[in-house]
Structure formats: C-alpha cells, structure tokens
Design a protein around this ligand. Structure first.
Ligand SMILES: [Zn+2]
Ligand SMILES: [Zn+2]
Length: 210
C-alpha cells in the first residue's frame, strides 16, 4: 500500500466536520476534503489541504474559524479560494491584475476593494457548502510542524492522486496548487518522506519526537 493511501485510510474513521466546533482539539492538524475530489486509491474523498497552527499553542479552533469566517489577509487558504473563484468567473478580473499572485486580492496585506470585498462572503459560503474536514490532535509543537511538512510533501508527491478535471484549484495563482491538487503551497513537492510507522505513531498519540 502506498503511504498516500495509508494516510487517507487512517483518517477515514475520524469524525468529519462541516464547520469549526468547540469539541475539536486545541492542538493538531486539520485535513480538508472537497466535493467532487476523490483519491486514486479507493475512490473515497481526497485530502485537498493540510493545515496547522505552526507558531502558537492552543489555536487550532481559532485557525479553523479564521478560515471559515475571517478575511483573505488572515488566511492563505481564503486567498487561494477567492482568487480561484474570481479567475474562474473572469480571467481578466481587475482585482487579479497585473498577474497571478500580483493583484490586490492575492497579495498579502493588500486591502480589498468594493468589487472583491463581496468575494469574502463567497469564500465563506463555499467553505460551508463544498468542504469538510477532519482533525488529529498533536500537542507537541515540533512534532506537529514536522508532521505537517511531511504530510503535505507526501500527499503532493503521490504519483497517482490528483485533481479532477474541473477542480476549482486549477484557477489558483500558485502553480503548486494547480498541479498538486492541494490548496497548499508550502512544502508541496519537498523531498520529505513520511513513513508508515511515523504516521501510525502520530495517530496513536505517541508524543515521541520523530
Ligand atoms: Zn478588488
Ligand atoms: Zn495518493
């Protein structure tokens, strides 16, 4: 079994969430799934984003709330989603000019204008209607950060999983998103390998350092 298949299978028994909840762990990683996206191994839902709260403790729930109802400057995930929504509707959308990643919507810390401000609502609505997620608890920050990198690298390097033909992410500004099928850019295609024993030790709550 390929490690990517192991990752998908290992998560399948965990609860699937449609929105942030106080019942979620305070420390851990999250894994998003998206309507219409399936993995190549068992044709069940494909992980489309792995995320973390890398530099602070007890903020996993807050991080998820920021994705669901924050703003594009507080969440690269929202920046990717909103940019892709706009580019799919209108490839020459003025808020995306002069080039992918260079317009005011897609640049970090640039303000929205009256024509892209409503996209924030579209992003929030899309997250609620088209996405769901699972979480694993990892209290140790170093272990959590290591696992995030290795999971993203491993999923992006899977030779058989990829986006569906009409995946929204194909309109994202980042080539890494477009080609990997993940709404991630950091750690995509990095030369890191997650082993099965690391995966299972982590899921079993073993706090031993990797
Ligand atoms: Zn704008
Ligand atoms: Zn795969």
């Amino acid at each position: 079994m390929m490690i990517c298949e192991d990752i998908h299978k290992a998560l399948e028994d965990l609860p699937l969430w449609r929105e942030p909840s106080r019942e979620l762990p305070e420390n851990g990683l999250y894994f998003f799934y998206e309507a219409g996206e399936f993995n190549s191994h068992d044709e069940r839902p494909r992980i489309v984003r792995v995320g973390n709260h890398p530099r602070s403790r007890n903020t996993l729930q807050r991080r998820l709330r920021t994705h669901y109802s924050g703003s594009k400057n507080a969440s690269v995930f929202r920046k990717f989603l909103g940019g892709a929504i706009m580019r799919r509707r209108d490839p020459s959308h003025p808020c995306l000019k002069p080039a992918p990643g260079k317009g005011h919507w897609e640049r970090q810390d640039e303000k929205t204008c009256p024509s892209c401000k409503p996209i924030e609502k579209d992003v929030s609505a899309l997250l609620r209607s088209g996405f769901s997620f699972r979480c694993i608890e990892i209290v140790d920050m170093d272990l959590r950060n290591t696992m995030e990198k290795k999971l993203i690298a491993t999923l992006s390097n899977c030779p058989t999983c990829g986006p569906s033909d009409d995946w929204l992410g194909k309109f994202a500004y980042s080539e890494k998103v477009v080609k990997s099928g993940l709404w991630n850019s950091n750690h995509v295609w990095e030369d890191l390998v997650l082993t099965k024993s690391e995966l299972h030790r982590c899921l079993q709550g073993d706090r031993e350092r990797l």
